[in-house]
Design a protein around this ligand. Sequence first.
Ligand code: NI
Ligand code: MN
Length: 227
Amino acid sequence: MKVSFHGHAIIQVETTKKTILFDPFITGNGLTDLKLDEVKPDVIILTHGHDDHVGDTVELAKKHGSLVIANYELGEFLLNEGVENVHTMHIGGAYTFEWGKVKLTPALHGSGYQTKDGHMVYCGNPAGVLLTIENKTIYHAGDTGVFSDMKLIGDRHPIDVAFVPIGDNYTMGPEDAALAVEFLNPKTAVPIHYNTFPPIKQDPHQFVDMLGTGVGKVMNPGDVLEL
Ligand code: NI
Ligand code: MN
């Protein structure tokens, strides 16, 4: 299985059967290596309703008939936008699809979508996501501050790779993210959600240096982890 990072909070998981894309913010993402017309997700998983995460979901899902997994309110919003194949969930809940298991975990953040006419649509609680697929567990923290229940997440779910935001300002910064990794205790921790915009400029190598030996891994956009 290939797990790849594509700038900001975009993670792609490719098995021999499915391509799963987290938070496909491609248009307007100056860091991503992805091209909108080359991406063909079978499944799109969204952590929350902010545009730097929802991104191109509506266009991609309409074009490819992708299954979109999101919290209930965000899922209903996407149905209203014309996305047909939506599976809604909520925090604490897990669902086993034929290709893998998805569980939504808490995140401390916001979740509104600003429409073109300037209205902010409520998009439910933000979440993190545990994806268990082919006997591996991938944790996408979403946008969040650190919280001590991450220890519970780590204790109950052995995590192979955790993607954690380090940008600060909107999410935890490097020091809090290092504490989050201590709580989560993953085999590998990869920093995300930094350097996309000026307020979230960070040095990911400084973050990795704060972690235990061999835990942290900086991935450049397009880099692949084989799991
Ligand atoms: Ni956000
Ligand atoms: Mn964000």
